[in-house]
Design a protein. Structure first.
Length: 224
């Protein structure tokens, strides 16, 4: 099993799942529909093209730096009257996302495309461009192990690294929930999403300092 790891970080990102009308919310972590949409853009897929191959990828996220919730409140206007809109963003967040597959060549194609995208890449919305590095490489590990073993990506020293959230698709955890972000079609006319099962749990990323051996570097008698 292979896992392609991505670093999703930037000043702003927004991952909607069930936003409606003038209120556009964001999930606290990147969504599968948003990340697969970004992959499709990198591959040069049109919105009305098939995504059956992308749907087979197993998805997981590790929240290294959850960021803070930001609300964009402003007035807009249509042809007849002004109206208020509220759009929610994650500010200064950093996430580790993983895409798992048995098909190494397909992951390699995605990796190359993300480095040479056919269309612009965004962190959920067009106002949220990606920052580099985006691609962290392909690991010969299953999804959970790859997410667990990768080094910490956050920069906020106040983040408690003993309580890092991992949200794993079809995984067991301390909390089981369902999120409506499994993409069936990105076609603007027939856009469809279904529910997927998530297992949420916490891991520790504390770096243990090895014990110092004061005799380690001494030369044994008679070894010279």
């Amino acid at each position: 099993m292979f896992t392609l790891l991505l670093r999703l970080g930037g000043p702003l990102q927004s991952w909607g799942s069930e936003s409606k009308f003038e209120i556009r919310r964001t999930e606290p972590i990147p969504t599968k529909s948003g990340v697969l949409g970004m992959v499709g853009a990198a591959l040069g897929r049109r919105r009305d093209e098939s995504i059956e191959d992308l749907k087979k990828l197993r998805f997981g996220v590790r929240a290294d730096q959850p960021g803070i919730l930001l609300t964009d409140f402003h007035m807009a206007r249509n042809d007849k009257f002004p109206y208020i809109t509220r759009r929610y963003y994650i500010s200064d967040g950093v996430f580790l996302a993983g895409l798992e597959s048995e098909d190494f060549d397909f992951l390699k194609k995605i990796e190359w495309s993300l480095k040479h995208p056919q269309f612009p890449l965004f962190l959920g919305r067009r106002s949220c461009p990606v920052t580099l590095p985006l691609v962290l490489g392909i690991k010969e590990l299953p999804l959970f192990e790859a997410l667990k073993k990768e080094k910490w990506l956050g920069k906020d020293k106040k983040v408690d690294r003993s309580k890092i959230l991992i949200s794993l698709e079809n995984g067991s955890g301390i909390l089981i929930r369902y999120l409506k972000d499994e993409p069936e079609s990105y076609d603007p006319v027939h856009r469809r999403f279904t529910f997927r099962k998530l297992g949420d749990f916490y891991i520790s990323l504390e770096n243990k300092t090895p014990e110092h051996d004061p005799f380690k570097d001494l030369v044994e008698e008679g070894s010279l």
